[in-house]
Design a protein around this ligand. Structure first.
Ligand code: AMP
Length: 337
């Protein structure tokens, strides 16, 4: 979707991916298929392009540095570093005055016992790196055997977070250009099933004060990170109306796919504008929207979806419809309430 937006602006995208026939390769002008840690392939890639960005923050540190030494990398390594490790991310957020769920870094079974005693139960044990869509997460209930939970996680380090009894989950996506200009999208509500995003409602049905607070929080974080590109900020709204930031993503985000059909400038176009140093477009929502992910074989209902004249179908061109895999999404728009 980024490559399509870039093409519309007259750019030719060169995608670097680990597997052949990726969805982006189908619509990009050029492709390098090589492992992320192939430094020679990375150097050739860097020599072939003017600016590099990514839609996956878990590229190896050495590879990101290798690229940054050769070509303009946006967002920069510091943003990647902050967003790829849950303890580093949450400490950074607390240091800049942004509230998160209470948490403890955990480096062993004894540590986990201390952290659980400190934070109370229920709590959520998560891997620090490479966790997404609920992978690498375990709920720690009153009866959970902590030693077994630690062994099952199979990592040297982890994070224990207090369980947040939230009213809803919201996210804000903000773009920031190299000149520091920012453009936030309206906060949206996200509904998860089995830890995977199922539906997004735009706008989030929350009070104006909360809209302002969520938007300002996202803008503040992007500024403090000195981010150039797009930042998605996932937040919990607690039952007493507070915002706690759960997670950051320094790239286009699934909770922003609705912007393709309901905003003056989509998150993908805005992302391209930001990383290429173009002026940002207007992020305004011209319509209200509901986005539903098509997970696994739900994408096979494409004919029924197309039969609904109000449904905007987006299929990603992925091969295997494994259960839970994000194969596409559908957006319905309606006039702004
Ligand atoms: P994450 O991978 O951190 O985005 O977590 C995936 C989902 O798990 C979130 O969107 C929440 O629905 C749930 N979750 C994660 N952390 C917590 C927490 N500390 N308290 C309650 N629910 C959580």
């Amino acid at each position: 979707m980024t490559a399509l937006a870039a093409a519309r602006l007259g750019y030719r995208c060169h995608v670097y991916c680990q597997q052949p026939d990726s969805p982006t390769e189908q619509v990009a002008a050029a492709a390098t298929v090589a492992p992320f840690d192939d430094l020679d392939a990375l150097a050739r890639f860097a020599a072939a392009v003017d600016v590099v960005t990514f839609e996956f923050e878990n590229v190896p540190a050495e590879s990101a540095r290798h690229l940054a030494e050769r070509v303009c990398l946006r967002p920069g390594w510091n943003c990647l570093r902050l967003c790829r490790h849950r303890v580093v991310e949450k400490r950074f957020l607390n240091d800049i005055g942004v509230a998160t769920a209470p948490f403890r870094a955990v480096n062993g079974a004894d540590d986990l016992a201390r952290a659980a005693a400190d934070l109370g139960r229920p709590a959520v044990l998560k891997t620090c790196t490479l966790g997404y869509d609920g992978k690498g997460q375990a709920r720690i209930g009153p009866e959970t055997d902590l030693a077994a939970a630690w062994t099952a996680l199979d990592r040297d380090e982890a994070i224990l977070e207090a369980f947040v009894d939230f009213e809803r989950e919201v996210s804000v996506i903000v773009a920031r250009g190299p000149d520091g200009a920012t453009a936030p999208y309206d906060p949206v509500e996200n509904m998860h099933e089995n830890h995977v995003l199922a539906r997004t409602l735009a706008p989030a049905p929350v009070a104006p004060d909360l809209v302002r607070a969520a938007t300002e929080t996202a803008r503040h974080i992007a500024q403090e990170m000195d981010l150039v590109g797009l930042l998605a900020v996932e937040m919990f709204v607690t039952r007493d109306g507070r915002l706690l930031v759960n997670e950051l993503a320094p790239r286009p985000h699934n909770s922003g796919h609705w912007t393709l059909d309901a905003c003056v400038t989509s998150q993908f176009e805005q992302f391209v504008r930001a990383v290429c140093g173009l002026p940002l477009g207007r992020p305004d929502r011209h319509s209200d929207a509901e986005m539903q992910n098509l997970l696994g074989d739900a994408a096979e209902d494409w004919a029924a979806i197309l039969a609904d004249p109000d449904a905007k179908l987006h299929l990603y061109g992925k091969g295997d419809a494994r259960p839970g895999r994000k194969m596409g999404h559908v957006t319905w728009i309606r006039p702004r309430a």
